[in-house]
Design a protein around this ligand. Structure first.
Ligand SMILES: [Zn+2]
Ligand SMILES: [Zn+2]
Length: 138
């Protein structure tokens, strides 16, 4: 299902937090790092990355906590859905969970990162580039 509107909308599971992202979604990454796994409770987390000024909260806002030095994760304070990842080392961009997007199905991932932390039993989509650590390359 592709997005019908020029912007993209999404939010948490319970609906208390809603957001809008203007413009295209160009970078979608499966992250296998330990922090993503532990903070979400899922085997890995898929993020899309956008310039921070393109994200606007249309309802509510995220509760936040530092998950490692220089990193702040945002989640719904009511239902707990993980929503954002902001890293001081990338001050112009923010990551948002692809699963929180209303039209997630229209935005396939383009790479894997932190495969050094990947669960052994998880089989990757081998068509995609995979990086042992962090990478902005495809
Ligand atoms: Zn919620
Ligand atoms: Zn991660």
């Amino acid at each position: 299902m592709a997005c019908a509107k020029p912007g993209h909308e999404g939010g948490c599971f319970c609906g208390a937090v809603r957001y809008r992202v203007d413009g295209p979604i160009e970078s979608v990454t499966h992250c296998h790092c330990n922090s993503c796994r532990r903070s979400s409770g899922a085997a890995f987390v898929t993020w899309f990355t956008v310039p921070r000024e393109r994200l606007a909260w249309s309802k509510g806002g995220v509760a936040q906590y530092p998950s490692s030095p220089g990193v702040v994760r945002g989640f719904c304070g009511t239902c707990g859905t993980e929503l954002t990842y902001a890293n001081d080392q990338a001050p112009k961009t923010i990551d948002i969970t692809i699963g929180s997007l209303d039209c997630a199905a229209g935005h396939p991932a383009d790479r894997h990162v932190w495969t050094a932390d990947k669960l052994d039993w998880l089989r990757l989509d081998e068509q995609l580039p995979a990086h042992e650590g962090w990478s902005t390359e495809g």
